[in-house]
Ligand binder design. Structure first.
Ligand code: ZN
Length: 315
């Protein structure tokens, strides 16, 4: 009986201690989250509560584009694409960080070295040394979900990405827009390199049918592109576009800079105020995989018109 009493007492004390610990931690976060980007529950699980994303699922795992990787929570620059390498471990790997951007701390497990954002303490992953992958003998094993990728810009033109269902229809409207110099259809946002149309149609590669639009910023603007995007498809549909049902047909803007993200958010807010329930996702641009030739400028070659996209003026 006495033993049970002590057991209950200790258990009680333990939970009280834990509860206090959690309380203190979440108070700290509360004070600072106001200034940081809003996180989804899954992002919070990894970034705040130091969870780990499932291997081979991260959007940036296979990203080979040139650019810079930022902290998802505070936008601090953390890694350069030139330091990324394939460690075949299922998470993005870097053999160096941007100077002073990443802090190393002893992991709670007492064995590993945790890496956190030096600016906001966001959990990034772990660092491992002397494994022989690269001459720097360093592997920052980073959760893709803790990162945001901003591709390097090309001089003179802007390259932007939109997914609004069947890419034949998306491209049809963008290629005719004033100031647009070039359009290409392909796939973005998945976890398989160089996917074929057939693979994407299996609905398990994670890709969206995406149109790459190159425009001349002297003649037109990203705002005009975003308006055209919303005015040529049903951005309230949540399971595809028109008769095309499936994850590859979802509506998404893939932004390449903070400015693009803010412009996209601005138009989503305008539409929400107009009473629309916007289903469009905002995602950081990742590697764009060009689709097979027969998909390019499809309606021009067919001499027909899109079946699931049409223009209607909103703005
Ligand atoms: Zn940060």
């Amino acid at each position: 009986m006495k033993r049970i009493y002590w057991l209950i007492l200790f258990t009680g004390m333990f939970f009280t201690m834990c509860a206090q610990g959690h309380q203190k931690k979440s108070d700290n976060i509360k004070l600072t989250t106001m200034e940081f980007n809003k996180l989804t529950p899954e992002e919070e699980r990894v970034i705040i509560h130091k969870g780990t994303e499932r291997p081979y699922t991260g959007e940036l795992l296979n990203n080979k584009s040139e650019g810079v990787y930022l902290c998802k929570r505070c936008d601090a620059e953390l890694y350069r694409s030139s330091d990324k390498f394939d460690a075949q471990c299922g998470w993005p790997s870097f053999d160096d960080e941007i100077e002073g951007a990443v802090k190393r701390v002893q992991d709670a497990d007492g064995r590993r070295t945790e890496i956190i954002c030096n600016n906001c303490d966001a959990h990034l992953g772990h660092v491992f040394l002397d494994e022989g992958f690269t001459s720097k003998q360093t592997r920052h094993c980073v959760n893709s979900i803790s990162l945001k990728f901003i591709p390097a810009r090309q001089e003179g033109t802007s390259k932007v990405y939109f997914a609004s269902g069947c890419f034949w229809g998306t491209e049809y409207f963008f290629m005719k827009a004033p100031g647009v110099k070039e359009t290409t259809v392909g796939f973005m946002g998945g976890h398989v390199d160089n996917p074929t149309y057939e693979q994407v149609c299996q609905k398990n590669t994670g890709h969206l049918e995406t149109t790459e639009v190159v425009f001349d910023p002297v003649v037109t603007s990203y705002e005009e592109m975003v308006k055209l995007f919303f005015e040529t498809h049903d951005f309230t549909q949540t399971n595809g576009q028109g008769p095309d049902i499936g994850p590859q047909y979802l509506s998404s803007i893939f932004y390449s800079s903070q400015l693009e993200k803010e412009i996209a958010e601005k138009y989503i807010n305008i539409l929400t105020e107009k009473g629309y329930k916007v289903a469009t996702m905002l995602k950081p641009a990742s590697t764009f995989w060009e689709a097979e030739n027969y998909h390019q400028e499809y309606y021009t070659y067919k001499g027909t018109k899109p079946y699931c996209h049409k223009y209607r003026k909103i703005f």
